[in-house]
Ligand binder design. Sequence first.
Ligand SMILES: [Zn+2]
Length: 259
Amino acid sequence: MKRPFRFIAAILFLAALAGCSSTRADRDVFFQVSTLNALAGGVYDGETTFTELKRHGDFGIGTFNALDGEMVALDGEFYQIKSDGLAYDVPGIAKTPFSEVTFFEADKTVPLDKPMDMKQLQEYLDTLMPTVNIFYAVRVDGLFDYVKMRSVPSQQKPYMPLSEAVKGQSVFEMRDIKGTVAGFRCPAYAEGFNLPGYHMHFITDGRNRGGHLLDFRIKRGTAELDHAARFSVSLPGDKAFYSAGLTSEGDQGLEKAEK
Ligand SMILES: [Zn+2]
């Protein structure tokens, strides 16, 4: 009696161990819903709920169905920055046409003790990376002299491409503000399905204002990098995505719309 019991216990133990290790590995995945060129082409409605998205990460950026604002996720809390610049809680039943998330666990943490603008900070972060050929999640907490952000108003059907939709964007500037930058750095070969280089969103310390970052100047703070060597994309199964003309022409509009 004893022997088979021990054997079963050992199997259960090994199964539990395997379960644990796969859970741990999944936390290092850069998970993306749809592709950025589909969003650029006006595919603004997705089927993925935020309840589902939260299973893939506690940190990230993205947008909402009908392109209704900018999404920021930090520490498992998801926020919707609408075109009034204010941050709202996201109901689990809300859906996203494009988002990128991961479980944020810093592989590298560095203090930022001299002022830097957005471009300088990004160049500095590049020097901290062992390679530019993988994905990184980037989190920066600090005191900012200046922050310039945008958000886009909810769109009506038939949807215009992103380069047209962003013409109606609201731009916000804030000064002397504490807050957090959440974003990703994608490798050059991500062109088309994502944006090569950095894509950053911002939210204030009070978690009540924010947006897609256009520029900033940080006084001091802390930067954290999370290396992601695995990449997972959930492609939409709807007609809008299947019939979208996803060409490299759209990518040029993308660069214009996001940077
Ligand atoms: Zn954005």
